[in-house]
Structure formats: C-alpha cells, structure tokens
Write a protein that binds this ligand. Sequence first.
Ligand code: CA
Length: 229
Amino acid sequence: MPEKILIVEDEARIVRTLRLYLERAGFEVTAVSDGKQAIPAFQKEKPTLVLLDLNLPQMDGLDICRDMRKLHDVPIIMLTARIEETDRLIGLELGADDYITKPFSPREVVARIRAVLRRAQHSSSQNDTLRAGALLVDLAGYRVWLGDHQLSLTQSEFDILAALAAHKGRVLSRLQLLDATQGIAFEGFERTIDQHIKNLRKKIKTAIGDLPVIDTVYGVGYRLDSVDL
Ligand code: CA
C-alpha cells in the first residue's frame, strides 16, 4: 500500500507542485484547500503524514494541528510563510514533527517527509512498553510496575493486564481477555478470567492499596483506565 500524504494548503500552485513531486516519489496524495475541510479529510483518509499550511482560510493551522494531534498520532509537517513564523512555532511546541519555510524546493519536502516517516516508524517499532498513567507494562521483559512497585504476575495475569492496558479506557469482554491469554473457550472459562482478575486485584492492592485499577462493567467485561497514584 502506498503511503498517503494529506496536504492542507490554500495556494493551488503549491499543491500542484507538491502533488507532482510526491506522486512521482511513490506517495498517494489527497489535498484540501481550507481549514474547515482539514479535519474531515484527516479522519476519512487516515493519512500516513500531513503537510499543513499555517495560514489558511476558515481555520488556523495551529488549531488544526492541535485537533489532529488529539485524534491520531500521525506525523505532521507544518508549512510556514516566513522564517520568523517557524521560530515562533517551534517555541510553541505544538507537536509538529518538522517545519518547512516557504519558498521551498519540492525535492527538499520529499526528503523531509521521508526522514520524518523513518523516524516515526523507528519509534513505533521500539514501542514495547504500554503506559496507563502510573501503570507501566514492559512487554519485552514481561515486567509490570505500578509507580515504584513491581508486580509479580503469572503469565495469564500478565497477558490480561497487558491486553487491558493496550486498550486503555475500553471494555474488553471475557472472551477477548481469554484470547489475550491464548486460552481456549470452554464451559466455565468466564469464571477462569474472573479468577485471574481477582488475583490481579489482590496483587495490585498489596502494592498500592485500595485504588480501583480494573473496573468491572457488569454484563460486558473489564476496563482499565489511566492509573493515578
Ligand atoms: Ca496559506
């Protein structure tokens, strides 16, 4: 699948040039020309990376960048009209991954996109820990911490906690949790999951006291939210 770039830019000439170079470089390109279309396009197209102009009609590039960041963790490169703007933006620490000042050479844009994508892919492949507030799950090392307390868990308890942390804030059914432990559904397996959860809660309580870490959602399953110690 080709990597998809969303361009948010109101200057048609710039869009034409970028599209030409990006498509030649093997990217798929979608472009919108004002701020209002940016977020709907972002959600519909699910781009690999966004090129976002700062000065747009309808909605400011800064606000769009913030909104996109809240939705998905996709690399964003801001396009700015002046070098002073770039300096100001970097000061704001918006979370854009790179800034390109106009006028730019399209070749440079392609190179910067490739560099940002390489960096993003590298950091996600290194991502072998899960975090939910004070809860840290080290998937590679099979270790779990709650704040400073390391928990000593069985394989199944670990798998269940990791699955809940990976889907933080969402309810997982007992069947989904069983899948996470690579167990096989049999009559009574629900009670087995409940027992693992009970043991987990006991160990969590021993470590940090009576804080609710794993919620029971009656009739549905279990949920873990961010843990505040
Ligand atoms: Ca503009």
